[in-house]
Design a protein around this ligand. Structure first.
Ligand code: BG6
Ligand code: MG
Length: 215
Protein backbone atom coordinates (compact mmCIF):
# COMPACT_ATOMS: atom_id res chain seq x y z
CA UNK A 1 0.00 0.00 0.00
CA UNK A 2 1.32 3.39 -0.98
CA UNK A 3 1.49 6.00 1.77
CA UNK A 4 1.29 8.81 -0.78
CA UNK A 5 -1.61 11.11 0.10
CA UNK A 6 -0.74 14.19 -1.94
CA UNK A 7 1.05 15.26 -5.11
CA UNK A 8 2.65 18.69 -5.46
CA UNK A 9 3.32 19.97 -8.95
CA UNK A 10 5.79 22.54 -10.14
CA UNK A 11 4.16 24.52 -12.97
CA UNK A 12 6.72 25.76 -15.50
CA UNK A 13 8.28 22.76 -17.25
CA UNK A 14 6.02 20.15 -15.62
CA UNK A 15 2.46 21.22 -16.46
CA UNK A 16 3.27 23.55 -19.37
CA UNK A 17 6.37 24.53 -21.35
CA UNK A 18 6.59 28.22 -20.52
CA UNK A 19 10.41 28.28 -20.79
CA UNK A 20 10.09 29.29 -24.45
CA UNK A 21 8.05 32.38 -23.50
CA UNK A 22 10.40 33.29 -20.63
CA UNK A 23 13.21 32.97 -23.20
CA UNK A 24 11.55 35.31 -25.71
CA UNK A 25 10.94 37.95 -23.04
CA UNK A 26 14.44 37.72 -21.48
CA UNK A 27 16.03 37.80 -24.95
CA UNK A 28 14.02 40.91 -25.82
CA UNK A 29 15.29 42.58 -22.65
CA UNK A 30 18.91 41.53 -23.31
CA UNK A 31 18.71 42.78 -26.91
CA UNK A 32 17.26 46.10 -25.74
CA UNK A 33 20.28 46.40 -23.43
CA UNK A 34 22.65 45.65 -26.31
CA UNK A 35 23.69 42.01 -25.83
CA UNK A 36 22.51 38.56 -26.88
CA UNK A 37 20.87 35.85 -24.81
CA UNK A 38 21.03 32.25 -26.04
CA UNK A 39 18.90 29.14 -25.45
CA UNK A 40 21.81 27.75 -23.45
CA UNK A 41 21.78 30.84 -21.20
CA UNK A 42 18.02 30.31 -20.73
CA UNK A 43 18.64 26.83 -19.26
CA UNK A 44 20.28 28.55 -16.29
CA UNK A 45 17.01 30.31 -15.43
CA UNK A 46 14.84 27.20 -14.99
CA UNK A 47 13.28 27.17 -11.53
CA UNK A 48 15.08 30.39 -10.63
CA UNK A 49 13.06 33.37 -9.30
CA UNK A 50 12.41 36.44 -11.46
CA UNK A 51 14.93 38.71 -9.73
CA UNK A 52 17.60 35.98 -9.58
CA UNK A 53 17.02 35.35 -13.28
CA UNK A 54 17.58 39.05 -13.97
CA UNK A 55 20.86 38.93 -11.99
CA UNK A 56 22.07 36.01 -14.13
CA UNK A 57 21.09 37.84 -17.33
CA UNK A 58 22.87 41.03 -16.22
CA UNK A 59 26.01 39.05 -15.37
CA UNK A 60 25.97 37.64 -18.93
CA UNK A 61 25.71 41.19 -20.33
CA UNK A 62 28.27 42.41 -17.80
CA UNK A 63 26.17 45.40 -16.77
CA UNK A 64 25.49 46.73 -13.30
CA UNK A 65 22.32 48.86 -13.15
CA UNK A 66 20.94 50.47 -10.00
CA UNK A 67 18.25 48.68 -7.94
CA UNK A 68 15.64 51.03 -9.35
CA UNK A 69 16.70 50.27 -12.93
CA UNK A 70 16.63 46.56 -12.10
CA UNK A 71 13.02 46.66 -10.94
CA UNK A 72 12.06 48.52 -14.13
CA UNK A 73 13.81 45.86 -16.23
CA UNK A 74 12.09 43.01 -14.37
CA UNK A 75 8.75 44.74 -14.83
CA UNK A 76 9.35 45.29 -18.54
CA UNK A 77 10.34 41.65 -19.03
CA UNK A 78 7.27 40.50 -17.11
CA UNK A 79 4.96 42.68 -19.22
CA UNK A 80 6.31 41.03 -22.37
CA UNK A 81 6.06 37.57 -20.77
CA UNK A 82 2.44 38.19 -19.70
CA UNK A 83 1.65 39.31 -23.26
CA UNK A 84 2.90 35.90 -24.53
CA UNK A 85 1.23 33.72 -21.88
CA UNK A 86 -2.09 35.54 -22.21
CA UNK A 87 -2.52 33.56 -25.43
CA UNK A 88 -1.99 30.16 -23.74
CA UNK A 89 -4.79 27.61 -24.01
CA UNK A 90 -5.52 23.96 -23.13
CA UNK A 91 -3.57 22.74 -26.16
CA UNK A 92 -0.34 23.73 -24.41
CA UNK A 93 -0.86 21.47 -21.38
CA UNK A 94 2.04 19.01 -21.57
CA UNK A 95 1.12 15.46 -22.71
CA UNK A 96 -0.50 13.26 -20.06
CA UNK A 97 -0.80 15.95 -17.39
CA UNK A 98 -4.56 16.43 -17.46
CA UNK A 99 -5.34 12.68 -17.50
CA UNK A 100 -2.94 12.15 -14.62
CA UNK A 101 -4.58 14.92 -12.54
CA UNK A 102 -7.98 13.31 -13.20
CA UNK A 103 -6.62 9.88 -12.17
CA UNK A 104 -5.12 11.28 -8.96
CA UNK A 105 -8.39 12.94 -7.99
CA UNK A 106 -10.34 9.75 -8.74
CA UNK A 107 -8.05 7.95 -6.30
CA UNK A 108 -8.49 10.51 -3.53
CA UNK A 109 -4.98 11.96 -3.81
CA UNK A 110 -4.82 15.65 -2.92
CA UNK A 111 -3.17 17.99 -5.40
CA UNK A 112 -1.24 21.23 -4.89
CA UNK A 113 0.72 23.59 -7.06
CA UNK A 114 4.19 24.56 -5.82
CA UNK A 115 5.58 27.18 -8.18
CA UNK A 116 7.93 30.15 -7.99
CA UNK A 117 5.90 32.00 -10.61
CA UNK A 118 3.84 35.04 -9.68
CA UNK A 119 1.92 34.41 -12.91
CA UNK A 120 0.70 30.95 -11.84
CA UNK A 121 -2.99 31.89 -11.59
CA UNK A 122 -3.08 33.45 -15.04
CA UNK A 123 -1.42 30.34 -16.50
CA UNK A 124 -3.66 27.81 -14.69
CA UNK A 125 -6.79 29.77 -15.62
CA UNK A 126 -5.77 29.95 -19.29
CA UNK A 127 -5.10 26.19 -19.28
CA UNK A 128 -8.46 25.57 -17.57
CA UNK A 129 -6.72 23.59 -14.83
CA UNK A 130 -7.36 25.70 -11.73
CA UNK A 131 -10.20 23.50 -10.42
CA UNK A 132 -7.91 20.43 -10.24
CA UNK A 133 -5.81 21.96 -7.47
CA UNK A 134 -6.82 21.76 -3.79
CA UNK A 135 -4.12 24.29 -2.88
CA UNK A 136 -2.13 26.75 -4.96
CA UNK A 137 1.18 27.97 -3.61
CA UNK A 138 2.87 30.40 -5.98
CA UNK A 139 5.50 33.11 -6.01
CA UNK A 140 3.13 35.55 -4.32
CA UNK A 141 2.78 33.34 -1.25
CA UNK A 142 6.40 32.48 -0.45
CA UNK A 143 9.32 34.58 0.66
CA UNK A 144 12.12 32.09 0.02
CA UNK A 145 12.90 30.76 -3.46
CA UNK A 146 13.63 27.09 -4.24
CA UNK A 147 15.90 25.28 -3.22
CA UNK A 148 14.38 26.47 0.06
CA UNK A 149 11.58 23.99 0.94
CA UNK A 150 9.08 26.72 1.94
CA UNK A 151 6.84 26.40 -1.16
CA UNK A 152 6.36 22.64 -0.71
CA UNK A 153 6.05 22.72 3.09
CA UNK A 154 3.32 25.35 2.77
CA UNK A 155 1.61 23.13 0.17
CA UNK A 156 1.61 20.14 2.56
CA UNK A 157 0.36 22.39 5.37
CA UNK A 158 -2.55 23.71 3.28
CA UNK A 159 -3.45 20.17 2.18
CA UNK A 160 -3.23 19.01 5.82
CA UNK A 161 -0.86 16.14 5.01
CA UNK A 162 2.55 15.26 6.41
CA UNK A 163 5.53 16.06 4.15
CA UNK A 164 6.54 12.38 4.17
CA UNK A 165 3.18 11.57 2.50
CA UNK A 166 3.87 13.94 -0.42
CA UNK A 167 5.32 13.37 -3.87
CA UNK A 168 6.70 16.38 -5.75
CA UNK A 169 6.96 16.65 -9.56
CA UNK A 170 9.81 18.94 -10.64
CA UNK A 171 11.85 19.72 -13.76
CA UNK A 172 14.53 21.91 -12.17
CA UNK A 173 17.40 20.94 -9.88
CA UNK A 174 16.54 23.76 -7.45
CA UNK A 175 13.04 22.28 -7.14
CA UNK A 176 14.32 18.74 -6.60
CA UNK A 177 16.61 20.04 -3.87
CA UNK A 178 13.66 21.95 -2.32
CA UNK A 179 11.52 18.79 -2.27
CA UNK A 180 14.30 16.75 -0.67
CA UNK A 181 14.85 19.47 1.92
CA UNK A 182 11.11 19.24 2.69
CA UNK A 183 11.57 15.48 3.29
CA UNK A 184 9.31 14.57 0.35
CA UNK A 185 9.64 12.03 -2.45
CA UNK A 186 10.49 13.66 -5.75
CA UNK A 187 9.87 12.66 -9.34
CA UNK A 188 12.10 14.49 -11.80
CA UNK A 189 10.65 15.43 -15.18
CA UNK A 190 13.41 15.58 -17.78
CA UNK A 191 16.74 13.86 -18.35
CA UNK A 192 18.17 11.43 -15.75
CA UNK A 193 21.76 12.60 -16.19
CA UNK A 194 21.02 16.23 -15.32
CA UNK A 195 18.41 15.81 -12.56
CA UNK A 196 20.39 14.66 -9.54
CA UNK A 197 18.91 13.12 -6.37
CA UNK A 198 15.38 12.61 -7.71
CA UNK A 199 13.77 9.35 -6.49
CA UNK A 200 12.57 8.60 -10.02
CA UNK A 201 12.94 10.44 -13.32
CA UNK A 202 10.56 10.38 -16.30
CA UNK A 203 10.79 12.32 -19.54
CA UNK A 204 7.20 13.50 -19.12
CA UNK A 205 3.84 12.46 -17.73
CA UNK A 206 2.47 10.66 -20.82
CA UNK A 207 0.99 7.36 -19.58
CA UNK A 208 1.65 8.29 -15.93
CA UNK A 209 -0.53 6.22 -13.60
CA UNK A 210 -0.98 5.49 -9.88
CA UNK A 211 2.03 3.12 -9.89
CA UNK A 212 4.51 5.97 -10.32
CA UNK A 213 3.63 7.45 -6.92
CA UNK A 214 4.20 4.11 -5.13
CA UNK A 215 7.28 4.22 -2.91
C1 BG6 B 1 9.72 29.41 -12.36
C2 BG6 B 1 10.40 29.39 -13.71
O1 BG6 B 1 8.69 28.46 -12.35
O2 BG6 B 1 9.16 30.70 -12.12
C3 BG6 B 1 11.45 30.50 -13.77
O3 BG6 B 1 11.02 28.13 -13.92
C4 BG6 B 1 10.80 31.85 -13.46
O4 BG6 B 1 12.05 30.51 -15.04
C5 BG6 B 1 10.10 31.77 -12.11
O5 BG6 B 1 11.78 32.86 -13.41
C6 BG6 B 1 9.36 33.06 -11.75
O6 BG6 B 1 8.31 33.26 -12.66
P1 BG6 B 1 7.52 34.61 -12.87
O7 BG6 B 1 6.38 34.20 -13.79
O8 BG6 B 1 7.01 35.04 -11.53
O9 BG6 B 1 8.44 35.60 -13.46
MG1 MG C 1 9.91 24.21 -13.38
Amino acid sequence: MSKTKACLFDLDGVVVDTAKYHYLAWKRLANSLGFDFTHKDNERLKGVSRMQSLEILLSIGKIKPSDEEKSKMAEEKNNWYVEYISKLDENEILPGVKDFLIELRRNGIKIALGSASKNSMLILNNLNLTSYFDAIIDGNKVSKAKPDPEVFLLGAYELKVHPSECVVFEDAQAGIDAAKAANMKVIGIGQKDVLLNADKVFEGLSNADMDIIEF
